[in-house]
Write a protein that binds this ligand. Structure first.
Ligand code: SF4
Length: 439
């Protein structure tokens, strides 16, 4: 019998909290909801994006019963429930705990782990990082110290292909061809080589060392620390040695400028089974789409779903002969199943009416102007914060008092801005031109 869960707080009181870290970290979770203009919002951490079909059912039912009926995917492979009523907290927390989605109340907001979603499925990468994923999550939840991490601190477990390494995590484990791992901390320049079998423990040691380095500084993430990362890396190496983990200098691999989401379609590999990869238009999944995905996972796959940090999903473990029909069913449900969907590469923040800061209903505008797939991804934002925008090279469309500002972004470089009035004809033409035409 589970203990009764405490109701989540909505905007917990900050009076009397002397810590600048605690004062500033308003990142929502399951037990700490965020009040948005469309109701309360819960962010459910799903390490590596890995969900069982049973857990996925629970999330879907909670969204229908308590929220707006949709599941909103985030750029870290997590799920948000929106439009929650003020009295739903106890039921929400109990549902999460009973389904195993809340293994530790104290750590619920720090389980921010992205992992290569096709690891172990397509024959690429240097190792299957699933054992790392389970181990890092267990170590995090067992660490009193790690409970002090902010809800923004991010771990990335990359199987060597560079996809989630490109996401700029605070602590990255990168699998190497020799069986070892590269531990990268913060910036692209700070890394050491460690034994692959000790990599999860090394990741926790790195996070705990960061917390000590950040004490009193107000830093949430490694990049917030004053100065360069070298003193932190030196301290991590010292702690690794204390823990009996050998480490050595390594040629630091260049961090990929661009992350590479799985292509939508059928994913083949060295196994007898295949996986399906699908994208979710604007990251919003309705009830019938979610049922199509969970039904595919349960009846045709191995009972698992993997959410990707690019607002997509992977369903592993299908028989080859049944994959095409199953993929078509996902397509019929409105998911992106091939490269020619007009929704491929299109993203948007929540915008109006969910966000009070937004100057426009950017999702509706994106839907009204969606056109032929472009070479570059495009991301629509309701204000300059540009929450959840992609990395690398992309087209940045931001609502302004005069319409929209359209420009290309490449890392820190910004292209010349073009101000375009709201409304499909001019805006669609400007966005299509900025994205470039595929082939
Ligand atoms: S980018 Fe601005 S409008 Fe969009 S969700 Fe973030 S704060 Fe709200």
């Amino acid at each position: 019998m589970l203990a009764a869960m405490p109701p989540p707080a909505i905007f917990p009181a900050r009076t009397g909290d002397a810590s600048p870290r605690a004062r500033g970290d308003a990142c929502p979770g399951t037990l700490r909801l965020h009040r948005a203009d469309d109701g309360a919002l819960a962010r459910v951490r799903i390490p590596g994006g890995v969900l069982s079909a049973a857990q996925a059912d629970v999330l879907g039912k909670l969204a229908e019963r308590l929220g707006d009926g949709e599941l909103h995917l985030t750029s870290r492979g997590n799920v948000q429930l929106r439009g929650l009523g003020p009295d739903c907290g106890g039921e929400l927390a109990s549902g999460m705990a009973e389904s195993g989605l809340l293994p530790s109340e104290r750590h619920e907001r720090v389980r921010n782990i992205v992992a290569s979603p096709l690891s172990g499925l397509d024959g690429r990468g240097e190792r299957d990082i699933r054992p790392w994923l389970s181990a890092v999550d267990e170590l995090l939840c067992a660490s009193d110290t790690a409970a002090g991490l902010s809800g923004r601190f991010l771990f990335a477990l990359d199987d060597g292909r560079g996809d989630v390494d490109a996401l700029g995590a605070d602590v990255t484990l990168l699998a190497r061809s020799d069986g070892a791992a590269t531990l990268r901390v913060g910036s692209a320049e700070s890394a050491v080589r460690i034994p692959g079998a000790r990599a999860p423990q090394a990741a926790l040691i790195a996070a705990e060392a960061f917390l000590d380095a950040a004490a009193g500084s107000g830093a949430w993430r490694v990049t917030d620390l004053p100065g360069d990362d070298e003193p932190l890396l030196d301290e991590i190496v010292r702690r690794l040695r204390q823990a009996g983990i050998s480490s050595g200098p390594t040629a630091v691999p260049a961090r990929p400028e661009k992350s590479a989401p799985p292509d939508p379609g059928i994913v083949t590999g060295p196994h007898n089974t295949v996986a399906l990869s699908a994208g979710v238009p604007l990251g919003r999944i309705g009830a019938h789409q979610w049922q199509a995905l969970t039904g595919t996972a349960r009846h045709h796959g191995n009972g698992e779903l993997r959410l990707t940090p690019w607002r997509g999903l992977v369903v592993p473990g299908l028989e080859r002969g049944r994959a095409a029909a199953a993929l078509d069913r996902l397509g019929a449900a409105g998911l992106i199943i091939g490269p020619h969907s007009p929704w491929t590469g299109v993203g948007a923040c929540i915008g109006r009416p969910g966000c009070a800061r937004s100057l426009a209903d950017v999702r509706a505008e994106a839907a009204a102007t969606v056109g032929p797939p472009g070479t570059l991804p495009v991301y629509w934002s309701g204000c300059e914060r540009r929450c959840g925008h992609p990395r690398g090279e992309w087209v940045d469309v931001v609502a302004t008092p005069d319409g929209y500002r359209v420009r290309t972004v490449r890392g820190e470089e910004r292209g010349s801005p073009l101000t375009v009035p709201a409304g499909p004809p001019a805006l669609a033409a400007a966005v299509t031109a900025a994205r470039g035409t595929v082939g």
